[in-house]
Design a binder for this molecule. Structure first.
Ligand SMILES: CC(C)(COP(=O)(O)OP(=O)(O)OC[C@H]1O[C@@H](n2cnc3c(N)ncnc32)[C@H](O)[C@@H]1OP(=O)(O)O)[C@@H](O)C(=O)NCCC(=O)NCCS
Length: 215
């Protein structure tokens, strides 16, 4: 039994990977946008009631959960993850991704096609690593991060929790990006970035405080 919370492009990606690796079985979809309730998504009717869903999946040792809450709501993603027993989450891994044998993975993560996790790299819990994102060796990614398509995170980098790295951005070796940051699409991050900061450009410059960091 598989429960996916959030009906969006991340859910589609998760379902595509599940379809290619296992039988979909009993998938339940829930979204807290009441307007989506009753809609049909991938031949499944969308339900509405986070609490009922949590009870159904959190207490069932045969069930696992995936959060499809996307890049605009990473603080919420983090909060929901921590309100459910960790044992209910599993990683969804596209068979075309590469994960080094000595990398360490938390749980509740999604690794899309052609993503690559380098040697001795540590990925926290509840992250989404999109298509062709490369995370090199000896790097640490905190919980509930969103790594967009074609990102390159070089070796020896650190990323805090609930941070979004936009499409095609590059983090140079050894850089630290804090908690609740946004790295703009295409940015080249050459220096460390403090918590709650939005950066963009090449070389990346701070443009603003991340006002969504505590939503
Ligand atoms: C950097 C970012 C966070 C800024 O968002 P914002 O504050 O809403 O910015 P706006 O869209 O209002 O644009 C403000 C200015 O920055 C520019 N800008 C926006 N994003 C930029 C980027 N990634 N790089 C360089 N300049 C950018 C805009 O052209 C605009 O310039 P102007 O003032 O000269 O007209 C956002 O544009 C971004 O890149 N987010 C990442 C999106 C992404 O990759 N998501 C993952 C999808 S899978």
């Amino acid at each position: 039994m598989i429960g996916i919370y959030g009906v969006n492009s991340v859910a589609k990606l998760a379902i595509d990977i599940l379809r290619s690796t296992t039988s979909l079985g009993e998938v339940t979809l829930i979204d807290d946008d009441q307007k989506k309730s009753g809609e049909v998504f991938y031949q499944k009717k969308v339900g509405y009631s986070l609490n009922a869903w949590k009870t159904q999946f959190a207490s069932n040792s045969e069930a696992f959960i995936f959060l499809a809450i996307g890049e605009k709501h990473l603080a919420r993603r983090h909060e929901v993850f921590h309100s459910i027993p960790i044992a209910r989450f599993m990683n969804i891994i596209d068979p075309r991704s590469f994960i080094a044998e000595d990398a360490s993975l938390g749980t509740g993560n999604l690794f899309a096609r052609f993503s690559s996790i380098g040697h001795e790299t540590k990925i926290g819990h509840n992250c989404i690593i999109w298509t062709a994102a490369i995370i090199e060796h000896n790097t640490e990614i905190g919980d509930s991060c969103y790594i967009s398509p074609n990102v390159t995170i070089s070796g020896n980098c650190r990323l805090g929790r609930c941070t979004l790295v936009g499409s095609g951005a590059v983090l140079l070796p050894g850089v630290t990006v804090g908690n609740h940051c946004i790295v703009g699409a295409g940015a080249v991050v050459t220096k460390s970035v403090p918590d709650n900061t939005v950066v963009k450009g090449n070389p990346a410059k701070m443009i603003q405080h991340n006002s969504h960091s505590h939503e």
